[in-house]
Design a protein around this ligand. Sequence first.
Ligand SMILES: Nc1ncnc2c1ncn2[C@@H]1O[C@H](COP(=O)(O)OP(=O)(O)OP(=O)(O)O)[C@@H](O)[C@H]1O
Length: 368
Amino acid sequence: MSCVNRLVLSNFRNIDAADLPLAPAVNLFCGANGSGKTSLLEAVHMLASGRSFRSRQSQTVIRYDAESLAVFGRLTSGVSLGVEKRRDGHGRIRINQAPAESSSQLAACLPLQVINSESFAALDGGPGVRRQLLDWTVFHVEHSFAQHWKVYQSALKQRNALLRRGKIDSNLLAPWEHQLVQSGEAVDTLRRKVFAQLRILFRERLGDLPAAVFEPLELQYRSGWKKDTSLAASLRESLDGDLTQGFTRIGPHRADLRFTIHGQPAHAVLSRGQQKMAVCALRTAMAATISGREKPVFLVDDLPSELDDENQLRFARWVSDCASQVLVTGIEDQVTARPWLSLPQPWCEPKMFHVEHGQVTPATLGAD
Ligand SMILES: Nc1ncnc2c1ncn2[C@@H]1O[C@H](COP(=O)(O)OP(=O)(O)OP(=O)(O)O)[C@@H](O)[C@H]1O
């Protein structure tokens, strides 16, 4: 179980420098709009993935007058992570001071869950977002998944390149299709296995919510090709259409999770607050699914928005059951701290930081 016990950043958005000793359970960052609270969560996200959750271009994250940004984190596991981004687009990722090969190595050291205004996309966004959520869970539970997925994507790229040329030379297509089927079936098997567990844990959390609304909320997995047909047969069946379109229209790259209520998309039925609770149930169920191996750190941007007191408390309880640590932002100290105070130790002793114009300072709760 890892959490971040020291977070150091420089030239990260409006924060020129910060060196923060974090608490093992709850850390609260409070301050006015634009003070830099979300930037702190963004920095932890960069440490765990090599990228921001707000911007694809790291240049926008580097402090205006600086040439580079750096984030460093020491984990309770003893591992240290470092990410540096330069304005010219270059950067460095280090794990225990040694260069890392890929950002997925960061993700393996520091599993992370983010809940912010973007999280609603799990319900109302495209299938890609939901596929990523499922794959995050599978990646952390089944270590062979990453390799099968990589092989699948490379075979898919080759098949699509042949389709775009409009040639069906079966000798050319066959080796890639063979690889596609082998790796694709493996990806699907692992997804199904992990999904079964995820669905149970998701429904368990829904059981804490008003039954009239949440009892009929269904979560289903769609493999990305015709039910009860093998991937090989489905690929054969779709070849003519694939050739016309110039890409592979079926397969695990089209997998999806469906949230429905009485057959309707959940986002079309649930209120905004109910949607947020469904997303929180899903995110904490994902964390609980992997928690036999690792417990993730939760980053929660502005918990109170859309949630009443009772739901904030439910969420805090779910998090305390499955997370190693949580970093929460809020405007007001008391409101931000309230959901955590009735939980068992150590969750009921949040560490408070005040954020003001990019300056982050430890504060005492109740000493406003
Ligand atoms: N590259 C940058 N260099 C310097 N300042 C930046 C840069 N990018 C954004 N900013 C500023 O840094 C601040 C970042 O604020 P952040 O989004 O972290 O605020 P917040 O405290 O979460 O606010 P809110 O409560 O409104 O969500 C903003 O004031 C923004 O204008």
